[in-house]
Write a protein that binds this ligand. Structure first.
Ligand code: SF4
Length: 391
């Protein structure tokens, strides 16, 4: 059966920078080795001695047959003094384990089509996604496979396409695009449950375009955004505390830079206020992002594509929207505190904020459910409440 392979420019142009990488994936996390690679590495004449100490058999599954043993600095035992992989150098890419061969490459299937992507936890991937002008040039090639896939539900296809159109509507501020997507998701929820026909999504989309054009969407958004500081502070401290208590070993020193930047915003009584973070965003971060006007539109475009929004994990469309807004808000806070500490933002700072957040967030299998529970407990249950994170 004929299907498509969709590959954005950020995937086509990606190439690992190895020893130049500021947060190498060869450090500080569980590097799993599949059974075939494990056996071949142990049988290789130039690697077998090292493999006896650098690999530990765990036999959890064919894919997780062994694990790389990390040294006291958290580095994979196969790295040489120049931080280059000895498996790659001595035996070539073919002998790399599936994890090492594919990371940060990922893909998902939708209705039989394959969508290639990259994980934002790789700094070079983050640069490709967020900074390259051709990042979202999509290449479509025909592929054939024998497996049959269920078509994506019509409501999901419409929700995805309309969300992207609302996000990228020319001359519309990003906040209004997000507000419109939030309103649309309420209708998508009902279509997903079968309470309304999927044509209700078309009607709502058309209405939102009219509301955006005649200025009423802006009025809605401004009405939503009152009394925000307490809500925002609760969301920020809860997520940051959870990321701190569940932090991954990889990139820990970079994560600590964010923590230090947050602490440096404290006043004489050691209190951190949301108004100081928001002020840092408006007065330092936003103006220095001048050369990267489209940073968050690109990020959200990647997010929709990569996560297959709004079919994210097992969340409802509205839940997926709320988690996305929380991610957006956290990243804005990270950029604000780093901008306050460094008195501006370099490209390096920008990439660090996105990559560090996603290293911690993406490598937690239960993150989205945690985020939904947190939002529910903090009463971010309706659109008006969640939109306070945007102000
Ligand atoms: S994180 Fe990315 S750029 Fe860095 S070493 Fe791994 S694959 Fe290469």
């Amino acid at each position: 059966m004929k299907h498509s392979l969709i590959r954005p420019g950020f995937v086509t142009n990606f190439s690992c920078i190895g020893g130049e990488c500021e947060d190498s994936c060869c450090y500080g996390w569980n590097i799993h080795i599949d059974k075939q690679s494990y056996k071949k590495t142990l049988a290789h004449s130039e690697l077998k001695v090292l493999a006896k100490t650098a690999l530990k058999k765990v036999k959890k599954s064919e894919q997780v047959w062994a694990q790389a043993v990390l040294n006291e600095e958290g580095a994979c035992g196969f790295l040489d003094e120049n931080k280059l992989c000895q498996i790659h150098a001595k035996a070539g890419e073919a002998l790399l384990s599936n994890t090492c061969k594919t990371y940060p490459r990922m893909s998902h299937m939708r209705g039989g089509d394959r969508y290639d992507s990259l994980s934002l936890s790789c700094p070079e991937a983050a640069r490709n996604i967020l900074l390259r002008p051709d990042a979202f040039n999509l290449q479509r090639t025909e592929i054939g496979h024998s497996r049959s896939y269920k078509a994506a539900p019509l409501w999901a296809q419409k929700a995805y396409d309309y969300s992207i159109q609302l996000l990228l509507k020319p001359e519309q501020p990003l906040e209004l695009g997000l507000t419109a997507i939030g309103i649309l998701m309420n209708t998508v929820d009902r279509a997903a449950k079968g309470e309304v026909e999927s044509s209700a999504i078309d009607s709502m989309f058309q209405q939102l375009i009219v509301l955006s054009d005649n200025g009423q969407l802006k009025q809605h958004f401004e009405g939503f955004n009152q009394d925000t500081d307490v809500h925002q502070m609760h969301a920020f401290t809860s997520i940051q505390l959870w990321l701190n208590t569940n932090k991954v070993r990889r990139g820990r020193s970079r994560f600590e830079l964010i923590n230090q930047a947050i602490c440096s915003m404290a006043d004489d009584d050691k209190n951190i206020s949301m108004s100081s973070i928001n002020q840092a965003w408006k007065e330092i971060a936003e103006p220095t992002l001048g050369g990267h006007q489209e940073l968050f539109s690109r990020y959200l475009l990647y997010y929709f594509y990569h996560m297959n929004f709004p079919q994210v994990d097992k969340l409802t469309p509205s839940q997926a929207f709320r988690v996305m807004l929380l991610d957006f808000f956290m990243l804005r806070c990270y950029l604000a505190v780093i901008a306050a500490k460094n008195n501006g933002l370099s490209e390096h700072d920008i990439i660090m904020c996105f990559q560090v957040y996603h290293t911690n967030r993406q490598h937690k299998a239960n993150y989205s459910q945690f985020a939904v529970d947190l939002l529910d407990k903090a009463k971010f249950t309706d659109l008006a409440a969640i939109l306070t994170l945007l102000s």
